[in-house]
Design a protein around this ligand. Structure first.
Ligand SMILES: Cc1cc2nc3c(=O)[nH]c(=O)nc-3n(C[C@H](O)[C@H](O)[C@H](O)COP(=O)(O)O)c2cc1C
Length: 195
């Protein structure tokens, strides 16, 4: 028996309104409360229901909560250039403290399989986006960021990434301290051609 039904009687307008109203809430303007462990489990359960060619599950999660946010901030501080200003040091120390809950989505695409690495990486992107949508559905704001830390080898190593693993994103979850405004969205017609 599947834990969730595969068809729902959601009203189409409600489902579409959810998608059409999603926007990011800036990590800079976040506060608590974040998702509880149960709520986060639901968000991540939704996130792993993504298309996954070959059923490889080429992604995993690292939860950065509580003092884990401080410890990761200290890693950022550690790898700053020696001439970093006190303001910069403070900014990096507090980077992961901007939200109550941060999830690193790790892409673990493998070479040498029949499924191209590109497709495995796309699936990791889908995990990130689905987490954003699930958070929105539950009344949280979320922000998908990489920033420099996602690409720094020491930060990656301290997070426990192994060869071939990459950070698809740090997803910040919380409540917005400001009223969210939308940004102009791409004009679909202008990016669409007909074959
Ligand atoms: C892979 C990826 C990495 C991103 N990294 C950053 C980042 O480091 N800093 C940033 O300001 N926005 C980053 N963004 C953009 C934000 O997630 C977000 O799309 C943007 O703030 C616009 O908000 P929207 O989701 O409402 O369109 C990234 C987006 C993606 C897809």
């Amino acid at each position: 028996m599947l834990p969730y039904p595969t068809t729902l009687n959601l009203r189409v307008p409600e489902a579409l309104d959810l998608l059409l109203s999603r926007r990011s809430g800036s990590a800079k303007a976040m506060t608590g409360p974040g998702p509880t462990p149960d709520q986060l489990a639901r968000i991540l359960a939704a996130a792993v229901r993504v298309p996954d060619h070959g059923k490889l599950a080429p992604w995993r999660f690292i939860l950065i909560e509580g003092d884990g946010r401080d410890r990761l901030g200290e890693v950022l501080v550690e790898v700053l250039p020696p001439d970093a200003s006190p303001d910069r040091i403070e900014q990096e120390r507090n980077r992961f403290l901007r939200a109550p809950v941060v999830v690193a989505v790790v892409s673990r695409a493998r070479e040498g399989l029949p499924i191209p690495v590109w497709e495995q990486q796309l699936s990791a992107g889908a995990v990130c986006q689905t987490a954003l949508i699930a958070a929105h559905a539950m009344g949280f704001v979320a922000n998908w960021l990489t920033e420099w830390g996602a690409y720094h080898p020491v930060v990656m190593e301290r997070l426990g990434l192994t060869v071939g693993e990459r950070i698809a994103g740090f997803i910040y979850f919380g409540q917005s301290t400001i009223v969210l405004e939308d940004r102009p969205r791409p004009d679909v017609e202008s990016i669409t051609t007909r074959f």
